[in-house]
Ligand binder design. Structure first.
Ligand SMILES: [Mn+2]
Length: 437
């Protein structure tokens, strides 16, 4: 017995003859079933089923007036044959589909390259590090939170050094293949805990007065910035004020330029200038800048900074009074959309801080909001409020490309779980028996 071929597998001229004959049979008011049977009898090399007839009729616009009798229920061998035929037809159709499909574009040669010089990483990129919510000299007593929050100057200094090392580590990794010589630091505020009267118990939750906070921060931060020059040729620092640097007790009475952080960064810049040079100047908008040395500073007295990073427009602010990304009409996204309108441009990257929780959202074409984490980790406030929250302390670090924008986004975690959360469950473990004297 010869194996019949499906209609698509026979030579074109024979296919045409089948088609012509099909049209004739349809004109003779044959049913589809009768047509299929006649065609199978007349063309012994072709398999013609009712569905073959139906497909050709649909494609050629041939209508069958005679109704097709319902299929008699097949049993035994007939049923098996029918199934076999159906299977062959499906496989033929699948083979045709694959044959007629255009292949995807090939993997480019530079992606198959094994030598770095053939890989095409020849566009210089910039690093971009967010720095915020250090709250230097804040003291969260572990005993006040039952171990769910703890922070003090030793923890803060450890995490500050760890941030430096994290930035240097990712930089080192990327410098193996990328031309990466410049770092932008966006200092988004709350470097210090504050003057002690921002809220009722603040003075109980800090270990130094504001002036000593400034002195300690200036000392350490100067050293940190200079050590980042170990892997970068140039650094640019954009500083905006945070709410914890304010000089008034209440936020409502606060005047943005009066801020202890702003003063601290002027001192840091002056100390850095002594090591690596630069000249001071002020813009008409009051931006205090130190430029021309290895580290440029742009210290803002207003709340929001606008910065061009390799052609991409970035906005930076602390974000006091602005909710996070989960707040639909009143949060950071809404604030960004409004700011787009105020300045008359789509801000490509909008960086904020304040809420101590890392978040990001890309909700526009070429527009993203990135909320930086913090150094503190959980606090009394974050644990005790109704929307209780805790996350590992972190800071975001990115690489920017002139054509592609943000290409890398790292999160530098600053501590380990057991340092951030010290859970005590009475009756479960031995921890409750330890007496701290
Ligand atoms: Mn804040």
């Amino acid at each position: 017995m010869t194996v019949r071929k499906t209609i698509n597998r026979i030579p074109a001229d024979e296919r045409e003859r089948v088609g012509d004959r099909l049209r004739e049979l349809a004109d003779e008011e044959q049913s589809m079933r009768a047509t299929a049977e006649t065609l199978e009898a007349e063309f012994p090399k072709v398999r013609v089923t009712v569905s073959t007839v139906k497909n050709i009729a649909t494609r050629e616009g041939i209508s069958f007036s005679a109704p097709t009798a319902p299929v008699a229920k097949l049993t035994g061998q007939a049923k098996k044959d029918e199934r076999q035929e159906f299977l062959v037809e499906v496989m033929d159709k699948a083979a045709d589909f694959i044959r007629e499909r255009t292949p995807l574009i090939e993997v480019p040669a530079y992606l198959r390259a094994t030598k770095v010089e053939d890989m095409g990483f020849d566009t210089p990129q910039h690093g971009l590090a967010l720095f915020s919510d250090l709250h230097y000299y804040s003291r969260i007593d572990r005993r006040a939170s039952n171990g769910l929050a703890e922070y003090n100057i030793d923890i803060a200094r450890y995490r500050l050094a760890r941030w430096r090392d994290g930035v240097l580590r990712f930089t080192q990794m990327d410098q193996l293949v990328i031309d990466l010589k410049h770092l932008d630091i966006f200092a988004l505020g709350d470097d210090l805990e504050g003057h002690g009267e921002m809220f009722g118990s603040q003075s109980l939750q800090m270990s130094e007065s504001i002036i000593f906070q400034v002195m300690g921060f200036v000392e350490d931060m100067t050293q940190i910035i200079l050590s980042l020059l170990e892997r970068y040729e140039t650094i640019r620092i954009i500083k905006v004020p945070g709410n914890h640097g304010r000089t008034t007790a209440r936020a409502k009475s606060s005047y943005t330029p009066d801020n202890f952080e702003t003063m601290a960064w002027e001192l840091i810049a002056e100390r850095v200038r002594g090591q690596v040079g630069g000249e001071w100047s002020s813009s008409l908008n009051g931006v205090r800048s130190l430029q021309g040395g290895k580290v440029d500073f742009f210290i803002h007295y207003g709340a929001i900074a606008f910065v061009d990073v390799l052609g991409w427009l970035c906005a930076a602010r602390h974000g006091h009074g602005i909710k996070g990304l989960q707040s639909t009409y009143t949060g950071a996204l809404n604030n960004k959309f409004r700011l787009n309108a105020i300045i008359g441009e789509v801000i490509n990257w909008y960086f904020k801080a304040h809420l101590h929780e890392a978040q990001s959202s890309e909700s526009e074409i070429r527009g993203e909001v990135i909320q930086n984490g913090c150094f503190v980790g959980p606090s009394l406030l974050s644990i005790e409020m109704s929307q209780a929250a805790a996350s590992l302390p972190s800071q975001d670090f990115m690489l920017f490309h002139p054509g592609r924008g943000k290409t890398h986004h790292y999160r530098i975690h600053l501590d380990e779980v057991d340092k951030v959360r010290q859970l005590e469950v009475i009756g479960r473990d031995e921890l409750s028996k330890v007496v701290i004297r």
